[in-house]
Design a protein around this ligand. Structure first.
Ligand code: SF4
Ligand code: SF4
Length: 117
């Protein structure tokens, strides 16, 4: 009997919860610090520099990336979003952690503030 070896892709696929959807989420991953890489082509007015000299996506006072289109709850620069955003997988453990943290904040009435500063 042939048994295919378990690959990193298989392991990742198994860690993804397919019931999670961005369409029923408040874009909570867009409240994390997003480092802009040199290859990224992001309009400069949407970014800022940290004290450590990193270029990051600018955020509003509640911590959301300024590229979030709140009316449509989506990324307004989706086609040119930073590489780090492209790698953030819907339903992954990291995604689910962020959703759980946000849900807890909302339930407990904890004000939204900048994260990961
Ligand atoms: S990737 Fe996850 S945290 Fe980000 S918007 Fe989609 S469901 Fe929400
Ligand atoms: S660039 Fe787009 S996908 Fe990335 S954090 Fe900002 S709104 Fe979210």
């Amino acid at each position: 009997m042939n048994i295919a070896p378990v690959t990193a892709d298989d392991a990742f696929a198994e860690s993804v919860d397919p019931s999670v959807s961005c369409s029923s989420c408040d874009a909570v991953c867009c409240r994390l610090t997003v480092v802009v890489m040199p290859e990224d082509r992001i309009p400069r007015h949407l970014t800022t520099d940290t004290a450590q000299g990193l270029e990051v996506m600018a955020r509003d006072e509640e911590g959301w990336c300024v590229a979030v289109d709140h009316a449509r709850m989506c990324c307004s620069i989706y086609e040119q979003r930073p590489a780090i955003c492209r790698k953030f997988a819907m339903g992954s453990p990291y995604c689910r952690d962020e959703r759980a943290t946000y849900r807890e904040q909302m339930l407990r009435g904890i004000p939204l503030v900048l994260r990961d500063e």
